[in-house]
Design a protein. Structure first.
Length: 296
């Protein structure tokens, strides 16, 4: 079936323009209410798009889209932790956070498009590659299980380079001429996470159209979600365990595909349940006082 790639990309450009106007508040500080509203609007549009896919292609592709969207959206939460720690460490102002995230989202769209097309092409030509993707997801799940969010950017080479190479203005603002380095840091972070999330989406669907559109809808909501929940991220201190469980489940789904077929509908229910359980647990279990990257 011929998919409307050009109209979809035009729609993405329009949504990015609206995003730019809505979230560019006074002095670059987006209103949390506006950010929440735009996040909800994008989620509703994603659901409407799944309805369009169901109408044009059938129920199964629509479920694959929704599952891919939920997987990518949930794994993007870990991206938000990284952005939060990076911006706090560099003391970026609202205007600069706005610029960095805008360019980061646009770069992520191009990057993920390339990776998805390459991944689906490889899977369609070489069936055994799915075991490699499954192994990568299993490794990512173990890594996420034993690493606390924010550790890498706060203590790793990315923080070291940025803290030493970025000049300051007035003791708190990164010079505009040096924002490119911050943007590259954000893009590098997204690349690392894409190497986990894209194989996870490809475990759900081999259709590059479904994989790409679900990823892009999730990425489009990343910037508004950051402005909406930046002050709340510290409260979800157990969520990375849930993300590890999601990656482990998807790895199992990919590695055992020839023996155990997990319906897409059940996959969606399981993933949503994992998110709900660990989000609720984060509110019920006290947060450790010495969590890395936390600020007073």
């Amino acid at each position: 079936m011929h998919h409307p790639w050009i109209p979809f990309l035009i729609m993405v450009a329009i949504l990015l323009f609206v995003d730019l106007q809505l979230l560019h508040g006074k002095k670059g500080r987006a209103s949390a209410h506006i950010a929440w509203l735009w996040t909800v609007v994008l989620a509703v549009l994603a659901c409407a798009f799944s309805g369009y896919i169901a109408y044009t292609s059938g129920k199964q592709p629509a479920l694959e889209f929704l599952t891919g969207y939920v997987i990518e959206g949930s794994l993007s939460v870990d991206n938000l932790f990284i952005f939060l720690i990076l911006f706090r460490t560099l003391q970026l102002g609202g205007e600069q956070q706005h610029r960095v995230l805008l360019w980061g989202v646009m770069g992520a769209i191009v990057l993920r498009g390339v990776l998805i097309l390459a991944g689906t092409s490889l899977l369609n030509r070489f069936e055994w590659i799915q075991y490699g993707f499954g192994a990568l997801l299993a490794i990512a799940a173990v890594r996420l299980l034993f690493e606390k969010p924010g550790v890498a950017p706060a203590h790793g080479p990315l923080h070291w380079i940025c803290s030493r190479c970025l000049p300051r203005e007035g003791g708190s603002q990164v010079a505009l001429s040096s924002l490119l380095l911050v943007i590259l840091a954000v893009e590098a972070t997204d690349l690392i996470f894409a190497l986990d999330s894209i194989p996870a989406v490809l475990a759900v669907t081999r259709d590059s159209w479904i994989a790409f559109t679900s990823n892009i809808f999730a990425v489009l909501g990343l910037r508004s979600l950051y402005f909406a929940v930046a002050s709340m991220l510290d409260r979800f201190h157990l969520l990375h365990y849930g993300l590890a469980c999601i990656l482990a489940f998807v790895a199992f789904k990919m590695l055992a595909a020839h023996w155990i077929a997990v319906p897409v509908g059940w996959s969606l229910v399981i993933i949503l349940s994992i998110l709900a359980v660990f989000a609720a647990a984060s509110r019920m279990v006290p947060e450790p006082p010495d969590r890395p990257g936390q600020t007073a």
